[in-house]
Design a protein around this ligand. Sequence first.
Ligand code: ADP
Ligand code: ASP
Ligand code: MG
Length: 437
Amino acid sequence: MKILKFGGTSVGSPERMKKLLDIVNPAEAQIVVLSAVSGTTNSLVEISGKLLKEDKQAALSLISALNKHYNEFIIELLPEAEFFEQGQEVVDYHFGFLDSLVNDIFTPVEEKVVLAQGELLSTTLYHIYLKSIGVPSVLLPALDFMKTDEDNEPDVPFTTKHLMPILEQHKDNKLFITQGFICRNSFGEVDNLRRGGSDYTASLIGAAILAEEVQIWTDIDGMHNNDPRIVKGTKPISHLSFDEAAELAYFGAKILHPQSVFPAQKYKIPVRLLNTMEPSAAGTLISSESEKGKIKSIAAKDGIIAIKIQSSRMLLAYGFLRRVFEIFERYKTPIDMITTSEVAVSLTIDFTDNLDKIVEELHAFGTVEIDKDQSIVCVVGDFSAQAHGFASRVLDSIKHIPIRMISYGGSNYNISLLINTSDKTEVLKSLHNRLFE
Ligand code: ADP
Ligand code: ASP
Ligand code: MG
Protein backbone atom coordinates (compact mmCIF):
# COMPACT_ATOMS: atom_id res chain seq x y z
CA MET A 1 0.00 0.00 0.00
CA LYS A 2 1.20 3.50 -0.83
CA ILE A 3 0.25 6.77 0.84
CA LEU A 4 -0.23 9.74 -1.50
CA LYS A 5 -0.64 13.16 0.09
CA PHE A 6 -1.86 16.12 -1.95
CA GLY A 7 -1.38 19.62 -0.59
CA GLY A 8 -3.62 22.68 -0.80
CA THR A 9 -2.63 23.83 -4.30
CA SER A 10 -2.86 20.27 -5.62
CA VAL A 11 -6.58 20.32 -4.74
CA GLY A 12 -6.88 24.11 -5.08
CA SER A 13 -9.44 24.21 -7.91
CA PRO A 14 -12.05 21.85 -9.39
CA GLU A 15 -9.75 21.41 -12.37
CA ARG A 16 -6.83 20.41 -10.15
CA MET A 17 -8.98 17.99 -8.17
CA LYS A 18 -10.10 16.32 -11.37
CA LYS A 19 -6.52 16.04 -12.58
CA LEU A 20 -5.48 14.03 -9.52
CA LEU A 21 -6.52 10.97 -11.48
CA ASP A 22 -3.51 11.53 -13.74
CA ILE A 23 -1.51 10.54 -10.65
CA VAL A 24 -3.87 8.43 -8.55
CA ASN A 25 -4.30 5.01 -10.14
CA PRO A 26 -7.60 3.59 -8.81
CA ALA A 27 -6.38 0.06 -9.53
CA GLU A 28 -3.46 0.36 -7.07
CA ALA A 29 -3.84 -0.03 -3.31
CA GLN A 30 -3.41 3.41 -1.82
CA ILE A 31 -4.54 5.86 0.81
CA VAL A 32 -4.93 9.38 -0.55
CA VAL A 33 -4.47 12.05 2.12
CA LEU A 34 -5.89 15.44 1.18
CA SER A 35 -5.25 18.91 2.57
CA ALA A 36 -7.89 21.59 2.54
CA VAL A 37 -8.40 23.51 -0.71
CA SER A 38 -5.69 26.21 -0.74
CA GLY A 39 -6.62 29.34 1.19
CA THR A 40 -9.32 27.55 3.21
CA THR A 41 -7.36 26.94 6.41
CA ASN A 42 -6.10 30.54 6.36
CA SER A 43 -9.72 31.74 6.09
CA LEU A 44 -10.78 29.42 8.91
CA VAL A 45 -7.96 30.80 11.07
CA GLU A 46 -9.21 34.29 10.34
CA ILE A 47 -12.82 33.34 11.10
CA SER A 48 -11.77 31.81 14.43
CA GLY A 49 -9.79 34.93 15.25
CA LYS A 50 -12.90 37.08 14.76
CA LEU A 51 -15.04 34.68 16.80
CA LEU A 52 -12.51 34.62 19.64
CA LYS A 53 -12.72 38.41 19.67
CA GLU A 54 -16.52 38.23 19.47
CA ASP A 55 -16.53 40.21 16.25
CA LYS A 56 -19.61 38.41 14.93
CA GLN A 57 -20.22 40.63 11.92
CA ALA A 58 -16.71 40.20 10.57
CA ALA A 59 -16.88 36.44 11.19
CA LEU A 60 -20.19 36.15 9.32
CA SER A 61 -18.92 38.03 6.31
CA LEU A 62 -15.76 35.87 6.14
CA ILE A 63 -17.88 32.71 6.43
CA SER A 64 -20.17 33.93 3.69
CA ALA A 65 -17.24 34.72 1.34
CA LEU A 66 -15.80 31.23 1.87
CA ASN A 67 -19.23 29.67 1.41
CA LYS A 68 -19.56 31.45 -1.93
CA HIS A 69 -16.18 30.06 -3.00
CA TYR A 70 -17.36 26.51 -2.28
CA ASN A 71 -20.72 27.04 -3.97
CA GLU A 72 -18.81 27.98 -7.12
CA PHE A 73 -16.31 25.16 -6.62
CA ILE A 74 -18.99 22.45 -6.71
CA ILE A 75 -20.68 23.86 -9.83
CA GLU A 76 -17.52 23.06 -11.74
CA LEU A 77 -16.52 19.91 -9.85
CA LEU A 78 -19.92 18.24 -9.97
CA PRO A 79 -21.81 19.31 -13.11
CA GLU A 80 -24.32 16.44 -12.97
CA ALA A 81 -27.46 17.37 -11.01
CA GLU A 82 -27.51 14.26 -8.81
CA PHE A 83 -23.96 14.72 -7.58
CA PHE A 84 -24.16 18.49 -7.46
CA GLU A 85 -27.02 18.09 -4.98
CA GLN A 86 -24.89 15.81 -2.84
CA GLY A 87 -22.06 18.34 -2.97
CA GLN A 88 -24.43 21.18 -2.10
CA GLU A 89 -25.70 19.23 0.89
CA VAL A 90 -22.14 18.81 2.15
CA VAL A 91 -21.28 22.49 1.65
CA ASP A 92 -24.53 23.58 3.32
CA TYR A 93 -23.87 21.26 6.24
CA HIS A 94 -20.37 22.62 6.94
CA PHE A 95 -21.27 26.27 6.45
CA GLY A 96 -24.47 25.86 8.45
CA PHE A 97 -22.27 24.55 11.24
CA LEU A 98 -19.89 27.53 10.98
CA ASP A 99 -22.82 29.96 11.01
CA SER A 100 -24.24 28.28 14.09
CA LEU A 101 -21.05 28.98 16.04
CA VAL A 102 -21.43 32.72 15.73
CA ASN A 103 -24.04 32.97 18.47
CA ASP A 104 -22.41 30.55 20.90
CA ILE A 105 -19.54 30.67 23.33
CA PHE A 106 -16.35 30.33 21.29
CA THR A 107 -13.24 28.86 22.92
CA PRO A 108 -10.03 27.29 21.61
CA VAL A 109 -11.92 23.97 21.63
CA GLU A 110 -14.40 25.25 19.02
CA GLU A 111 -11.50 26.87 17.17
CA LYS A 112 -9.99 23.43 16.50
CA VAL A 113 -13.31 22.19 15.17
CA VAL A 114 -13.48 25.19 12.84
CA LEU A 115 -9.96 24.52 11.53
CA ALA A 116 -10.95 20.92 10.76
CA GLN A 117 -13.68 21.96 8.31
CA GLY A 118 -11.27 22.48 5.38
CA GLU A 119 -10.03 18.90 5.22
CA LEU A 120 -13.52 17.51 5.94
CA LEU A 121 -14.83 19.50 2.97
CA SER A 122 -12.07 18.69 0.48
CA THR A 123 -12.14 14.93 1.14
CA THR A 124 -15.94 14.62 1.09
CA LEU A 125 -16.20 16.63 -2.12
CA TYR A 126 -13.45 14.58 -3.76
CA HIS A 127 -15.18 11.37 -2.68
CA ILE A 128 -18.42 12.56 -4.30
CA TYR A 129 -16.50 13.55 -7.44
CA LEU A 130 -14.99 10.06 -7.74
CA LYS A 131 -18.45 8.58 -7.30
CA SER A 132 -19.79 10.88 -10.01
CA ILE A 133 -17.34 9.48 -12.54
CA GLY A 134 -17.78 5.89 -11.43
CA VAL A 135 -14.49 5.41 -9.58
CA PRO A 136 -15.06 3.44 -6.37
CA SER A 137 -13.36 4.78 -3.24
CA VAL A 138 -13.77 4.60 0.52
CA LEU A 139 -13.73 7.76 2.66
CA LEU A 140 -11.88 7.10 5.92
CA PRO A 141 -12.68 9.48 8.81
CA ALA A 142 -9.27 10.53 10.17
CA LEU A 143 -10.91 11.50 13.47
CA ASP A 144 -11.51 7.78 14.09
CA PHE A 145 -7.85 6.78 13.92
CA MET A 146 -5.54 9.83 14.17
CA LYS A 147 -4.83 10.71 17.79
CA THR A 148 -2.36 12.64 19.92
CA ASP A 149 -1.46 11.77 23.52
CA GLU A 150 -1.17 13.89 26.70
CA ASP A 151 2.11 15.39 25.42
CA ASN A 152 0.51 16.26 22.06
CA GLU A 153 2.58 13.56 20.41
CA PRO A 154 0.89 11.39 17.75
CA ASP A 155 -0.06 7.92 18.88
CA VAL A 156 1.04 5.61 16.03
CA PRO A 157 -0.01 2.33 17.73
CA PHE A 158 -3.51 3.80 18.15
CA THR A 159 -3.63 4.50 14.41
CA THR A 160 -2.51 0.96 13.60
CA LYS A 161 -5.08 -0.49 15.97
CA HIS A 162 -7.99 1.54 14.61
CA LEU A 163 -7.10 1.87 10.94
CA MET A 164 -6.17 -1.73 10.17
CA PRO A 165 -9.65 -3.13 10.95
CA ILE A 166 -11.29 -0.49 8.72
CA LEU A 167 -8.96 -1.38 5.85
CA GLU A 168 -9.64 -5.06 6.50
CA GLN A 169 -13.38 -4.41 6.44
CA HIS A 170 -12.99 -2.90 2.96
CA LYS A 171 -10.42 -5.34 1.66
CA ASP A 172 -12.05 -5.47 -1.77
CA ASN A 173 -11.41 -1.75 -2.19
CA LYS A 174 -8.16 -0.25 -3.43
CA LEU A 175 -8.62 3.48 -3.18
CA PHE A 176 -9.03 5.13 0.21
CA ILE A 177 -9.32 8.83 0.91
CA THR A 178 -8.74 10.56 4.21
CA GLN A 179 -8.19 13.96 5.79
CA GLY A 180 -4.73 15.28 6.50
CA PHE A 181 -3.99 17.60 9.43
CA ILE A 182 -6.90 16.66 11.74
CA CYS A 183 -6.90 14.32 14.72
CA ARG A 184 -8.32 13.91 18.21
CA ASN A 185 -6.36 14.82 21.31
CA SER A 186 -6.11 12.89 24.57
CA PHE A 187 -9.44 14.38 25.73
CA GLY A 188 -11.13 13.09 22.59
CA GLU A 189 -11.60 16.63 21.27
CA VAL A 190 -11.03 17.54 17.63
CA ASP A 191 -7.48 18.82 17.26
CA ASN A 192 -4.82 19.11 14.58
CA LEU A 193 -1.16 18.42 13.84
CA ARG A 194 -0.33 22.15 13.43
CA ARG A 195 -0.16 24.11 10.20
CA GLY A 196 1.10 22.11 7.25
CA GLY A 197 0.19 18.96 9.21
CA SER A 198 -1.13 16.91 6.29
CA ASP A 199 2.44 15.85 5.49
CA TYR A 200 2.66 14.56 9.05
CA THR A 201 -0.63 12.65 8.66
CA ALA A 202 0.72 10.92 5.54
CA SER A 203 3.93 9.90 7.26
CA LEU A 204 2.10 8.77 10.42
CA ILE A 205 -0.33 6.62 8.43
CA GLY A 206 2.61 5.27 6.44
CA ALA A 207 4.29 4.27 9.70
CA ALA A 208 1.10 2.89 11.24
CA ILE A 209 0.36 0.49 8.40
CA LEU A 210 3.99 -0.04 7.32
CA ALA A 211 3.28 1.34 3.86
CA GLU A 212 5.56 0.66 0.96
CA GLU A 213 6.12 4.37 0.30
CA VAL A 214 4.83 7.82 1.24
CA GLN A 215 4.46 10.34 -1.59
CA ILE A 216 4.07 14.04 -0.81
CA TRP A 217 2.60 15.69 -3.91
CA THR A 218 2.95 19.45 -3.91
CA ASP A 219 3.49 22.44 -6.20
CA ILE A 220 7.25 22.10 -6.69
CA ASP A 221 9.51 19.35 -8.03
CA GLY A 222 10.98 18.22 -4.71
CA MET A 223 13.17 19.68 -1.99
CA HIS A 224 15.31 22.43 -3.50
CA ASN A 225 18.83 23.31 -2.41
CA ASN A 226 17.64 26.66 -0.99
CA ASP A 227 14.39 28.46 -0.29
CA PRO A 228 12.89 29.10 -3.76
CA ARG A 229 10.72 31.90 -2.33
CA ILE A 230 13.86 33.89 -1.56
CA VAL A 231 16.70 32.73 -3.79
CA LYS A 232 16.57 32.56 -7.58
CA GLY A 233 17.93 29.55 -9.46
CA THR A 234 17.43 26.91 -6.76
CA LYS A 235 17.49 23.29 -7.92
CA PRO A 236 15.77 20.10 -6.78
CA ILE A 237 17.82 17.58 -4.81
CA SER A 238 17.38 14.03 -6.06
CA HIS A 239 18.18 12.30 -2.80
CA LEU A 240 18.25 13.11 0.92
CA SER A 241 18.78 10.92 3.97
CA PHE A 242 16.06 10.96 6.62
CA ASP A 243 18.38 12.92 8.92
CA GLU A 244 19.11 15.56 6.29
CA ALA A 245 15.43 15.93 5.39
CA ALA A 246 14.48 16.15 9.07
CA GLU A 247 16.99 18.97 9.65
CA LEU A 248 15.74 20.90 6.62
CA ALA A 249 12.07 20.45 7.53
CA TYR A 250 12.70 21.41 11.14
CA PHE A 251 14.75 24.44 10.18
CA GLY A 252 12.28 25.98 7.80
CA ALA A 253 12.01 24.17 4.44
CA LYS A 254 8.26 24.70 4.14
CA ILE A 255 7.78 21.86 1.68
CA LEU A 256 7.74 19.45 4.65
CA HIS A 257 6.03 19.78 8.03
CA PRO A 258 8.81 20.01 10.66
CA GLN A 259 7.99 16.67 12.31
CA SER A 260 6.88 14.75 9.27
CA VAL A 261 10.12 12.87 8.60
CA PHE A 262 10.36 11.10 11.97
CA PRO A 263 7.59 8.48 11.68
CA ALA A 264 8.79 7.46 8.20
CA GLN A 265 12.38 7.34 9.44
CA LYS A 266 11.50 5.21 12.46
CA TYR A 267 9.74 2.62 10.32
CA LYS A 268 12.15 3.03 7.36
CA ILE A 269 9.45 4.03 4.89
CA PRO A 270 10.81 5.91 1.87
CA VAL A 271 9.28 9.33 1.26
CA ARG A 272 9.09 10.94 -2.18
CA LEU A 273 8.47 14.64 -2.72
CA LEU A 274 6.76 15.07 -6.09
CA ASN A 275 5.23 17.80 -8.22
CA THR A 276 1.51 17.57 -9.01
CA MET A 277 1.93 20.10 -11.81
CA GLU A 278 4.74 18.06 -13.37
CA PRO A 279 4.15 14.42 -12.37
CA SER A 280 7.02 13.03 -14.45
CA ALA A 281 9.70 15.15 -12.71
CA ALA A 282 12.01 13.01 -10.58
CA GLY A 283 11.43 14.92 -7.33
CA THR A 284 13.29 14.03 -4.14
CA LEU A 285 13.65 10.60 -2.59
CA ILE A 286 14.15 10.55 1.18
CA SER A 287 15.49 7.26 2.52
CA SER A 288 18.05 5.74 4.90
CA GLU A 289 20.85 6.06 2.34
CA SER A 290 23.20 9.03 2.63
CA GLU A 291 25.67 10.49 0.18
CA LYS A 292 29.13 11.49 1.34
CA GLY A 293 31.11 14.58 0.50
CA LYS A 294 28.36 17.01 -0.52
CA ILE A 295 26.59 20.07 0.77
CA LYS A 296 22.93 19.45 0.00
CA SER A 297 20.71 22.35 0.94
CA ILE A 298 20.10 25.50 2.95
CA ALA A 299 17.00 26.41 4.95
CA ALA A 300 16.03 29.18 7.35
CA LYS A 301 13.62 29.46 10.23
CA ASP A 302 12.37 32.81 11.52
CA GLY A 303 10.83 33.88 14.81
CA ILE A 304 13.77 32.75 16.89
CA ILE A 305 14.67 34.22 20.28
CA ALA A 306 18.21 33.94 21.63
CA ILE A 307 18.68 33.79 25.39
CA LYS A 308 22.10 34.30 26.99
CA ILE A 309 22.62 33.34 30.62
CA GLN A 310 25.81 34.72 32.12
CA SER A 311 27.04 33.27 35.38
CA SER A 312 30.73 33.06 36.23
CA ARG A 313 30.07 31.35 39.54
CA MET A 314 28.09 28.36 38.46
CA LEU A 315 28.45 27.78 34.80
CA LEU A 316 30.94 24.97 34.72
CA ALA A 317 29.69 23.34 37.88
CA TYR A 318 28.05 20.02 37.16
CA GLY A 319 24.28 20.12 37.33
CA PHE A 320 24.10 23.71 36.07
CA LEU A 321 22.90 22.92 32.56
CA ARG A 322 20.45 20.40 33.92
CA ARG A 323 18.89 23.09 36.10
CA VAL A 324 18.70 25.48 33.15
CA PHE A 325 17.10 22.82 30.94
CA GLU A 326 14.61 21.90 33.64
CA ILE A 327 13.14 25.38 33.46
CA PHE A 328 12.52 25.01 29.72
CA GLU A 329 11.11 21.55 30.27
CA ARG A 330 8.68 22.81 32.90
CA TYR A 331 7.35 25.37 30.44
CA LYS A 332 7.24 22.80 27.60
CA THR A 333 9.57 24.97 25.51
CA PRO A 334 11.95 23.16 23.18
CA ILE A 335 15.49 24.46 22.74
CA ASP A 336 16.77 24.55 19.15
CA MET A 337 20.41 25.67 19.33
CA ILE A 338 22.84 25.83 22.21
CA THR A 339 26.42 27.05 22.63
CA THR A 340 28.45 27.34 25.80
CA SER A 341 31.53 29.19 26.98
CA GLU A 342 33.39 29.47 30.27
CA VAL A 343 31.14 32.26 31.51
CA ALA A 344 27.90 32.04 29.59
CA VAL A 345 25.50 29.78 27.78
CA SER A 346 23.38 30.89 24.81
CA LEU A 347 20.39 29.03 23.54
CA THR A 348 17.47 29.62 21.21
CA ILE A 349 13.75 28.96 21.33
CA ASP A 350 10.89 29.66 18.96
CA PHE A 351 7.94 28.98 21.27
CA THR A 352 7.54 32.17 23.23
CA ASP A 353 4.27 31.74 25.16
CA ASN A 354 6.12 31.32 28.46
CA LEU A 355 9.13 33.52 27.73
CA ASP A 356 8.53 35.94 30.61
CA LYS A 357 8.22 33.19 33.18
CA ILE A 358 11.28 31.39 31.82
CA VAL A 359 13.38 34.57 31.96
CA GLU A 360 12.22 35.28 35.48
CA GLU A 361 13.38 31.86 36.66
CA LEU A 362 16.66 32.09 34.74
CA HIS A 363 17.51 35.27 36.64
CA ALA A 364 18.31 33.02 39.61
CA PHE A 365 21.48 31.94 37.74
CA GLY A 366 22.85 35.36 36.76
CA THR A 367 22.23 37.98 34.11
CA VAL A 368 19.91 37.10 31.25
CA GLU A 369 19.99 38.77 27.83
CA ILE A 370 17.34 38.34 25.15
CA ASP A 371 17.72 38.92 21.40
CA LYS A 372 14.51 38.89 19.38
CA ASP A 373 13.95 38.81 15.59
CA GLN A 374 16.59 36.17 15.01
CA SER A 375 16.70 33.48 12.29
CA ILE A 376 18.44 30.14 12.23
CA VAL A 377 20.08 29.36 8.92
CA CYS A 378 20.85 25.71 8.57
CA VAL A 379 23.23 24.26 5.99
CA VAL A 380 22.75 20.53 5.51
CA GLY A 381 25.21 18.10 3.98
CA ASP A 382 28.19 15.96 4.85
CA PHE A 383 29.95 17.82 7.67
CA SER A 384 31.75 14.76 9.02
CA ALA A 385 35.35 15.20 10.13
CA GLN A 386 36.54 13.59 6.88
CA ALA A 387 34.77 16.18 4.76
CA HIS A 388 36.93 19.05 6.00
CA GLY A 389 36.76 22.45 4.37
CA PHE A 390 32.99 22.80 4.10
CA ALA A 391 32.56 24.69 7.37
CA SER A 392 35.15 27.27 6.38
CA ARG A 393 33.41 27.77 3.02
CA VAL A 394 30.13 28.36 4.84
CA LEU A 395 31.64 30.94 7.19
CA ASP A 396 33.75 32.57 4.52
CA SER A 397 30.75 33.20 2.28
CA ILE A 398 29.00 35.25 4.96
CA LYS A 399 31.99 36.99 6.49
CA HIS A 400 30.30 40.36 5.86
CA ILE A 401 27.32 39.46 8.10
CA PRO A 402 27.23 39.54 11.93
CA ILE A 403 26.67 36.04 13.37
CA ARG A 404 25.13 35.67 16.82
CA MET A 405 25.69 31.91 17.32
CA ILE A 406 27.22 28.96 15.46
CA SER A 407 26.37 25.34 16.08
CA TYR A 408 28.66 22.77 14.50
CA GLY A 409 29.37 19.15 15.34
CA GLY A 410 26.03 18.38 16.94
CA SER A 411 25.51 16.00 14.07
CA ASN A 412 27.60 15.12 11.02
CA TYR A 413 25.21 16.69 8.60
CA ASN A 414 24.42 20.19 9.73
CA ILE A 415 25.89 23.55 10.58
CA SER A 416 23.50 26.13 12.01
CA LEU A 417 24.01 29.87 12.25
CA LEU A 418 21.97 32.37 14.20
CA ILE A 419 21.64 35.74 12.51
CA ASN A 420 19.40 38.80 12.57
CA THR A 421 16.29 38.12 10.52
CA SER A 422 16.96 41.34 8.63
CA ASP A 423 20.15 39.70 7.24
CA LYS A 424 18.45 36.45 6.23
CA THR A 425 17.94 37.15 2.52
CA GLU A 426 21.54 38.25 2.10
CA VAL A 427 22.81 35.20 4.01
CA LEU A 428 20.76 32.74 1.94
CA LYS A 429 21.90 34.35 -1.31
CA SER A 430 25.56 34.57 -0.33
CA LEU A 431 25.65 30.97 0.85
CA HIS A 432 23.93 29.87 -2.34
CA ASN A 433 26.41 31.68 -4.59
CA ARG A 434 29.40 30.29 -2.78
CA LEU A 435 28.20 26.73 -2.16
CA PHE A 436 26.23 25.91 -5.29
CA GLU A 437 27.03 28.32 -8.12
P1 ADP B 1 1.43 22.08 0.16
O1 ADP B 1 0.28 23.00 0.19
O2 ADP B 1 1.43 21.17 -1.03
O3 ADP B 1 1.65 21.36 1.45
P2 ADP B 1 3.52 23.95 0.84
O4 ADP B 1 3.23 25.36 0.45
O5 ADP B 1 3.30 23.59 2.26
O6 ADP B 1 2.70 23.00 -0.12
O7 ADP B 1 5.03 23.57 0.46
C1 ADP B 1 5.51 23.78 -0.84
C2 ADP B 1 6.23 25.10 -0.92
O8 ADP B 1 7.36 25.07 -0.05
C3 ADP B 1 6.83 25.44 -2.24
O9 ADP B 1 5.88 26.05 -3.10
C4 ADP B 1 7.99 26.36 -1.90
O10 ADP B 1 7.68 27.71 -2.09
C5 ADP B 1 8.21 26.15 -0.41
N1 ADP B 1 9.59 25.80 -0.07
C6 ADP B 1 10.32 26.40 0.91
N2 ADP B 1 11.54 25.88 0.98
C7 ADP B 1 11.62 24.93 0.02
C8 ADP B 1 12.64 24.06 -0.44
N3 ADP B 1 13.85 24.03 0.15
N4 ADP B 1 12.37 23.24 -1.46
C9 ADP B 1 11.17 23.25 -2.06
N5 ADP B 1 10.14 24.04 -1.67
C10 ADP B 1 10.36 24.89 -0.66
N1 ASP C 1 -4.73 22.67 5.70
C1 ASP C 1 -3.70 22.67 6.72
C2 ASP C 1 -2.90 23.96 6.62
O1 ASP C 1 -3.16 24.77 5.75
C3 ASP C 1 -2.82 21.47 6.65
C4 ASP C 1 -2.00 21.32 5.39
O2 ASP C 1 -2.28 21.95 4.38
O3 ASP C 1 -1.06 20.54 5.43
O4 ASP C 1 -2.06 24.17 7.44
MG1 MG D 1 2.48 21.98 3.27
